[in-house]
Design a binder for this molecule. Structure first.
Ligand SMILES: Nc1ncnc2c1ncn2[C@@H]1O[C@H](COP(=O)(O)OP(=O)(O)OP(=O)(O)O)[C@@H](O)[C@H]1O
Length: 271
């Protein structure tokens, strides 16, 4: 893809400014503490994973970063700008894209058209130019299609590019969803259980694409995932949460050796 760089700021490089920063974030629902004092920073080119048992608050964390929920306390900034209270579409425009646990695609539309929907926020022409199909509308449409075709190549989707997404295997649909997030040209990519429900081959493919995205596009990535093997293989750093409370943040090695993590709930999964 054009404009690519290598992930030179990996794992919290000293000179990079964080793409996203959370400081002592708290979120409760009628007495349930979904997030209880989480702080984190993710740098460009860093793959940051969040793990924890069911109900630990992982999806809630994505929802506060993307503006779906407003925390009662704490600070959240994206690219140095405070985004607390901003609407989800404003945060998306700031450079935050997301994939979901359950696939959220338009299944009657083709792969390329689903990717084009990810370009929505970059479309700058008015309705009249679009109807008349001239000038800015025409040149922008061509450019958007070109960007989408780059993503088709990058994610090896060419053989399915003109098929309705609903007809494609599950693993390919998850890849299209990833592609649509990339079409937004984000600075921060939130991946919610990217390999949930996948077979081994699909999981390996997805792992490869996630690494390619980190290394070639220099994005900050936060990944929530239950597949511990995958997390420990891929992540630069891992945050462990339990009942909304952060237990530790560190490299996969550090986290796996943390006594409280082992004792609390990871011992069996990692042994
Ligand atoms: N909209 C909501 N209303 C009320 N409670 C909620 C809401 N969203 C989340 N919660 C509660 O907040 C807590 C954290 O939920 P969350 O979905 O963030 O956990 P999770 O770690 O993503 O779980 P899973 O691994 O099962 O997806 C849970 O107790 C959940 O019931």
């Amino acid at each position: 893809m054009s404009g690519t760089q290598t992930g030179s700021h990996r794992a919290g490089g000293a000179h990079a400014s964080p793409v996203v920063e959370l400081d002592d974030v708290h979120l409760s629902f009628a007495g349930v503490k979904a997030i209880n004092g989480v702080s984190l920073q993710v740098q460009p080119g860093e793959l940051f994973a969040v793990i924890g048992p069911n109900g630990a608050g992982k999806t809630s964390l994505f929802n506060v970063i993307s503006g779906v929920y407003r925390p009662q306390k704490g600070r959240i900034s994206v690219l140095g700008e405070d985004v607390l209270g901003a609407k989800p579409n404003a945060i998306a425009r700031r450079g935050v894209a997301r994939t979901f646990q359950n696939i959220a695609l338009f299944e009657h539309l083709t792969v390329v058209d689903n990717l084009m929907l990810g370009r929505h926020q970059h479309i700058g022409y008015g309705a009249l130019s679009a109807v008349l199909w001239r000038g800015r509308a025409r040149s922008q449409e061509i450019e958007h299609r070109r960007r989408c075709e780059e993503i088709v190549d990058f994610l090896e989707l060419a053989q399915w590019r003109s098929l309705p997404v609903g007809l494609l295997p599950y693993g390919v649909q998850k890849r299209v969803e990833l592609g649509r997030a990339l079409a937004m040209e984000p600075k921060l990519l939130l991946l919610d259980e990217p390999v949930a429900g996948m077979n081994l081959e699909e999981t390996e493919d997805m792992a490869r694409f996630v690494l390619d995205i980190r290394d070639e596009l220099d994005l900050a990535i936060i990944m929530v995932e239950h597949d511990m093997g995958l997390v420990m293989d891929l992540a630069d750093r891992v945050l462990v949460v339990d009942f909304g409370t952060p237990i530790t943040t560190g490299t996969p090695d550090e986290v796996q050796r943390h006594p409280e993590v082992v004792r609390a709930y990871l011992g069996e999964a990692l042994s």
